[in-house]
Design a protein. Sequence first.
Length: 311
Amino acid sequence: MGRAAYGDYRRRMNAAFTRIDLPAPVSAAASDGVTVWCADARGVRAYTAAGTPIPPGGSGVLPRLRSLAAVPGTVAGTAGVPGTLPETVVVPRTLATAPIPVPLALSGTLAATAKGRVHWLAPDGAPVATARCPGRVVAGGGEIWAVSGARARRLTGPGTLGPPVELPGLAACAVEGERLWWTSRHDDVLRGGPRDIDLGDLGRYGERGGMTVCAGSLWISVPGGLLRISTWSGEPGRFVAAPAGPVPFLVCANGTLVGGGRELFALAPAAGAPLRVIPVGLDAPIARLVAAGKHVWAFPAGTAHALIITL
């Protein structure tokens, strides 16, 4: 790697940090961009994106959740042309139900998995509906999917799931609304987009880490940087060098891609800015990373606190 590229991604990003103490290490976390939910052995707790606790308002909160996923109360619809501005506001199918009375400080739709079932939760963490479905829940583009082994089903409403989508040998996946991008342990093909892509044809990227959709592209962490695939055309974009890779976590915070494992980095593709390192000085590897609007929450492994980065 040349000195110029190294200098680009070693630039320090001007970001503010807040550390908040939590009652216990979290087992799962999610955000709809406004509220952040943290699950531990006792149940689910809600916070504003900036870290202010939201008083509990429900009962019967589920403990020991395996995963959490959340989507906004509304998402912006576009005219279907890359680069166009939102023209309307639509309600995802996961939200097309009668509203549940909740405190005004809470928003969005929340789902979780525990003991072989997927649970629809009110924004205060109280259970609303359930269905048998092992695995975990993942979210993106205003939709939530339940992923189990080599199969995935979209959550279509409280207590109901869409038809199964077979994912033989599933290795990793990323949600983009009703589309699910995924890779298999059996080969190097990326599936689910406009066309299948053989990642092996793109270079030395056999080892892969986190994967997410951000700013009109699918991003995959690979050795030395980030592989970029257009979600519109399915065409590979230019390789972006990064200080570490593959890293286990990639998230999208209001169009800014943030990733890492111990050291964090950020990239704002739409602004054309170079990749920047976020000097957080974590004393443990990250166990989970959650985007919450202009904030990113990092949860160091085995600790009862979170670091909130304001981009």
